[in-house]
Design a protein around this ligand. Structure first.
Ligand code: TYD
Length: 137
């Protein structure tokens, strides 16, 4: 969505079920999150100092969770920039389409879990920041 702004992101507190043996968080399509989950992927074994992302999506909605460890998500809408630190497996960052994102400052052993509204499609990506700025005009 061309008109999305950084102010449209949401930090969701996901349900946490306590059990004596540990906790469970469950995320259901169109319930805790406002879309149908078509794909789940996760980033792991990220070498120290690496960054990921560096692109925007035209239609994809995502929920990003620090399933383990922590990292920063840096969002840009061509006007405003905001950094969100994720470090809890029960907090989800809900991203509308149309925002430029980078993820960095991964803690050692961290896992970035992503729930996505669409299957993988390279044509949904904007990979050059210059192209992104033109897209947002
Ligand atoms: P990319 O989304 O650019 O990674 P990141 O944003 O984490 O830096 O994807 C990296 C590569 O993996 C790219 O060649 C596309 C491929 N890929 C898939 O094949 N399926 C997927 O679901 C994802 C997310 C990526």
């Amino acid at each position: 969505m061309r008109s999305s702004r950084v102010s449209d992101i949401k930090l969701l507190e996901l349900p946490k079920i306590f059990t004596p043996n540990g906790n469970i968080t469950s995320i259901n399509s169109n319930n805790e999150i406002p879309f149908n989950i078509k794909r789940i992927y996760y980033l792991y074994d990220i070498p120290g100092g690496e960054s990921r992302g560096g692109h925007a999506h035209k239609d994809l909605q995502q929920l990003i969770v620090a399933a383990r460890g922590s990292f920063d998500v840096i969002l840009n809408d061509s006007v405003e920039q905001k950094k969100i630190h994720l470090s809890r497996p029960y907090i989800g960052l809900l991203l509308p389409p149309g925002l430029w994102r980078e993820i960095d400052n991964f803690s050692s052993g961290s896992i970035c879990l992503v729930l996505a509204s669409e299957e993988y499609s390279e044509s949904d990506y904007i990979r050059e920041f210059d192209d992104y700025l033109k897209y947002k005009l």
